[in-house]
Unconditional design. Structure first.
Length: 530
């Protein structure tokens, strides 16, 4: 029966695809009066190739099980997910140097430097997460094809979110990502904590989606359009109902804050981080955070920049609360994953600092610098968080989750290399030089100071000192406490190499942050509305 239902779904999908292609062909014939436009469209279509690689990977992975055994299907699906995301990452990285903007599907999708940079980052994060989580999944009988398919669908949703130039497309990407993550969190049905986390994530996510849709409907009622460029023109004209627009913005900002895990929309973050399997926690806390930030920046900056004075006030409250609650509450957490959840909340507060510092008294001279620093910070957070969870999964064994502080005691005696990598990650999260986390925090604080928000910058520094306590506590346990377990840490060559490279990247980017910061600044400069 399940196979029969799957065939019906596949047939329905094929019919829908055929209808869409016919409609697109009809519009092309109607709207293309000459061959020149056709050639231009074909020339611009190459920028969709990296996205097409991910889609093709999903199609192949979903059908490869029909031609091989279950064990082979698992390995092939894993390799397809890994290769497609890695190839897409390279393609997006190459595209990031193209300063032009390309629009597709009636301007619902935009490909620009900012989108390419963020897509390359989330694709790389997904590929690295797959490598880190392989042994963890195998030990728990979770190394299955549907896990990787759900992960690829989540990645595709993130790519759509980042490139969305239309609220319906943004919503489509958000839901594709969210529904996949809900299922991934709930994969361990035999673990009550995992099921509870998935239920909370789903219910609160549905509530946030309701906020978002209500805000989108009000924004459409105020501006008459769902395309970001048209919304920007309508807002700039000044001939709109300010009250309706304001309420729409409030509800949409609430939806963005939920996906970023900002206070007071953070209730799901600690429970999901702690209750989900560690590999799924990495998939939830990595790329989706970056995609949510990119989505929020595109909406607020590319669509509502003339209303910056209004939404900046909302972000000030969200940022301040996130830094205070995240850093102070994290101190008392004995569970490392729950501690990292509050760390994520605090770090999203720092990201919001850069996002709210772009416009000062209606002037946008420092917009590129502020938004570039926020982009830089979000990338650094993904790199650091990925390495941190990589070490946590390395410590875990079958039927044992290394998610308590005591599990890190004496790690330096068991594996000096992995202890050093974890120390580098903790130093980066705490903002200690010479790691890249220090430069990321410094860039955001500089943008905040330039915006005249000195009190907020001081608050960020003070709360960061509280946060440094629980980061350095892990370092103390690894280097100055006796190990509770002297068992050697099994790790494949791929994990060892990748973790070492991850640690080197955090140090190297801290010593020479200029190239990555330049890429972020150029991407923002090419994307800002003119």
């Amino acid at each position: 029966m399940a196979v029969y239902h799957q065939r019906i779904v596949d047939a329905f999908g094929a019919v829908v695809t055929l209808l869409l292609l016919c409609r697109a062909t009809h519009r092309f014939q109607r709207d293309s009066p000459n061959l020149v436009r056709a050639i231009k469209i074909m020339q611009a279509a190459h920028v969709l190739l990296p996205d097409a690689v991910v889609v093709l990977g999903i199609v192949i992975a979903s059908r490869v099980g029909d031609f091989c055994s279950e064990a082979t299907n698992r390995r092939l699906t894993y390799l397809i997910a890994l290769l497609s995301s890695a190839v897409a990452c390279v393609g997006f990285a190459i595209q990031s140097f193209d300063p032009h903007q390309y629009y597709f599907f009636s301007r619902m999708i935009v490909i620009d430097s900012f989108a390419s940079v963020m897509k390359s980052v989330v694709s790389l994060g997904f590929a690295v997460s797959l490598v880190y989580s392989r042994r963890y999944l195998e030990d728990r009988d979770m190394f299955r094809d549907h896990v990787f398919l759900l992960g690829m669908f989540s990645l595709l949703g993130q790519l759509i979110m980042i490139s969305g130039n239309h609220f319906l497309m943004l919503y489509l990407g958000l839901e594709l990502m969210s529904l996949s993550l809900y299922a991934m969190v709930a994969l361990r049905r035999d673990v009550a904590q995992s099921s509870e986390a998935a239920m909370k994530y789903y219910v609160l996510g549905a509530l946030a989606t309701g906020f978002l849709l209500y805000g989108i409907s009000m924004l459409y009622g105020a501006t008459g359009s769902l395309e970001l460029n048209e919304v920007l023109k309508a807002v700039a004209s000044g001939h709109i109902n300010d009250a309706v627009l304001l309420f729409g913005v409030i509800f949409i900002v609430a939806g963005v804050a939920f996906k970023m895990g900002a206070v007071p929309f953070h209730m799901w973050v600690p429970d999901v981080y702690q209750g989900a399997p560690t590999a799924m926690t990495l998939f939830v806390g990595g790329g989706p955070k970056v995609a949510a930030f990119a989505w929020g920046l595109r909406f607020l900056v590319m669509g509502l920049l003339p209303l910056a004075a209004g939404w900046q006030g909302m972000l000030v409250i969200l940022a301040a609360l996130s830094m205070v609650v995240g850093n102070i509450t994290g101190i008392v957490q004995p569970n490392v994953k729950r501690m990292l959840a509050y760390s994520a909340i605090a770090n999203m507060g720092f990201v919001l600092l850069g996002l709210l510092a772009g416009v000062v008294d209606g002037k946008t001279e420092g917009a590129a610098s502020a938004y570039g620093s926020a982009t830089f910070y979000s990338i650094v957070y993904l790199v650091t968080t990925t390495g941190t969870f990589g070490v946590i999964m390395l410590l875990a064994r079958r039927d044992f989750e290394a998610d308590m502080l005591e599990d890190f005691k004496g790690l330096n005696q068991r594996s000096p290399v992995f202890a050093f990598v974890m120390m580098v990650m903790m130093f980066s999260l705490a903002g200690i030089p010479p790691t890249v986390g220090f430069y990321a925090k410094l860039a955001v604080l500089e943008a905040t100071m330039n915006a005249g928000l000195t009190w907020l910058a001081v608050l960020a520094v003070i709360t960061s000192l509280f946060g440094a306590f629980y980061y350095l506590r892990i370092v103390k346990l690894m280097y100055f406490d006796a190990p509770q377990d002297t068992t050697p840490l099994p790790a494949g060559a791929g994990n060892r190499t990748l973790l070492a490279l991850n640690g080197v990247a955090v140090l190297a980017l801290g010593i020479v942050p200029g190239p990555l910061m330049t890429v972020c600044l150029q991407a923002i400069s090419h994307t800002l509305p003119r």
